[in-house]
Write a protein that binds this ligand. Structure first.
Ligand SMILES: Nc1nc2c(ncn2[C@@H]2O[C@H](COP(=O)(O)OP(=O)(O)OP(=O)(O)O)[C@@H](O)[C@H]2O)c(=O)[nH]1
Ligand SMILES: [Mg+2]
Length: 435
């Protein structure tokens, strides 16, 4: 469960949600709670949430100008510097709301808030380039004189990651030029990634996917010992980390940790993170991680499926994993989850509970297409042993007087490559012996 750190220097914010006739109230409340976590990660404390019922969205101000005025007054009363809307609002709506809000209050929507967090958390060049591209694309239709003026005056939440102070003055044409530049930089990075992936084609690849804060990086660390960034924050990870992992039977796999998903993930962000998500696209197996203690299990699973479908990764074989079981205190919740998701695995990445079970399931999936074969290796051919031991599971070994009998299980392609090498060695030997 997420805990809000108290910090008196944090900005105060009011969140605003719209409920239309077919919206579920519970759904909107959950979204507001998530918005609070997003704001908290960005550095703002939500002190009030306002819900407005309307049949239809107001094209000019999203919730109606009267309601906007009321919210602005409320924000002033509560000494808030920030109003955050639960949904993505159009550039026109944003412009009009900002006009009403005046210069002392910043107005953001969910996308703007997520972009702000991404800007704070991007570390590698790739992540930074992707975030800047998404930010520029978001900024382009929203670039107004008034806004640039505001941005220059204020700092903090919602103003990071976009253009710097001098860049703010540049016009749309220059921003468009920057977008082209960033796209070509990403293409270059993408090509490098392709080459890396090409080199790893032979290895079995597993990618961790799931809702943000589900514990993907923690699982990566528990499985591989990788020193990845773990925080009780949304979008702690924005970069891909790939590590080798060796199973007890000797099978080696590559495992990747990557950016998390969230409900209403901004479209531009998904598009600009395509390159990072390629690691998942090239995977043989996806580990879909869900926080069992979140109280939003079904919703999180639905989001994972939706995002995977939107990036065409929904056909990859996958395992559903419930994490943080140590945090589920209500045993009826666990029972219910086990009934509803009979195929799922239940673990605690942090406490390292049931990780063996997970490793066994992955191992079984890898071994599904394995075949068994017995090689007879002559003592003059022991040079091939390294090759066999590194790519296959050795079931038994019998060192006879004239040869070694090795019973192995492994991929058909690995068997073939060993057979070919042996053949080559034997023909070479026949040639030198003149037989
Ligand atoms: N109690 C408990 N906490 C866990 C477990 N696994 C992860 N956590 C905590 O959950 C928080 C988020 O973990 P991360 O591994 O950073 O989650 P993530 O899925 O990588 O999140 P993002 O990178 O932000 O998308 C951290 O505070 C972890 O310590 C678990 O099994 N039990
Ligand atoms: Mg992470």
């Amino acid at each position: 469960m997420y805990t809000v750190p108290k910090d008196i220097n944090r900005e105060s914010a009011v969140t605003v949600a719209l409920i239309q006739s077919d919206d579920s109230i519970q759904r909107v409340m959950e979204e507001l709670e998530e918005l609070r976590l997003l704001a908290d990660t960005a550095g703002a404390e939500v002190v009030d949430s306002i819900v407005q019922r309307r049949k239809e969205v107001d094209p000019a101000t999203y919730i109606g100008s009267g309601k906007v005025k009321e919210i602005v007054n409320q924000a002033v009363e509560l000494s808030c510097t920030l109003i955050i809307f639960n949904d993505e609002i159009t550039p026109t709506q944003l412009k009009n709301i900002r006009k009403i809000a005046g210069e002392d209050i910043k107005v953001l929507d969910r996308t703007g808030l997520i972009l702000d967090i991404f800007a704070q958390h991007a570390r590698t060049k790739e992540a930074k380039t992707q975030v800047e591209l998404a930010h520029m694309q978001y900024l382009l239709p929203r670039l107004t004189r008034m806004w640039t003026h505001l941005e220059r005056q204020m700092g903090g939440v919602g103003t990071r990651g976009g253009p710097g102070e001098t860049q703010i003055e540049i016009d749309r044409r220059l921003i468009m030029k920057r977008i082209t530049q960033l796209k070509s930089e990403l293409e270059k990075i993408d090509k490098q990634r392709q080459t890396q992936l090409q080199n790893r084609k032979e290895e079995f690849r597993v990618a961790l996917v799931g809702y943000t804060n589900a514990g993907k990086s923690t699982l990566m660390k528990s499985l591989t010992g990788a020193d990845v960034y773990i925080r009780d924050q949304l979008f702690a990870t924005l970069d891909t980390t790939t590590r080798k992992m060796e199973f007890p039977k000797g099978t080696k796999i590559l495992i990747s940790d990557t950016v998390g998903f969230i409900h209403k993930l901004p479209h531009d962000l998904v598009a600009s993170f395509k390159s990072t998500l390629k690691e998942a696209a090239e995977a043989n197996l996806l580990l879909k991680l869900v926080d069992a203690s979140s109280g939003q299990v079904a919703h999180h699973i639905q989001t994972i499926e939706e995002v995977l479908m939107s990036i065409q990764l929904d056909k990859i074989e996958s395992i559903l994993i419930f994490n943080k079981i140590d945090q589920v205190t209500d045993q009826t919740v666990m029972k219910q989850l086990k009934i509803e998701y009979p195929q799922a695995i239940f673990i605690s990445a942090l406490r390292q509970l049931k990780l063996n079970e997970l490793v066994d399931v992955i191992q079984n999936i890898i071994e599904k297409d394995f075949i068994t074969h017995t090689f007879k290796i002559r003592y003059s051919e022991t040079g091939i042993l390294d090759n066999i031991y590194s790519s296959m599971i050795v079931l038994s070994r019998n060192d006879d007087d004239d040869a070694i009998d090795l019973k192995v299980r492994g991929k058909k392609s690995d068997m073939k490559s060993v057979k070919d090498k042996l053949k080559e060695m034997r023909t070479g030997l026949s040639e030198t012996l003149g037989i």
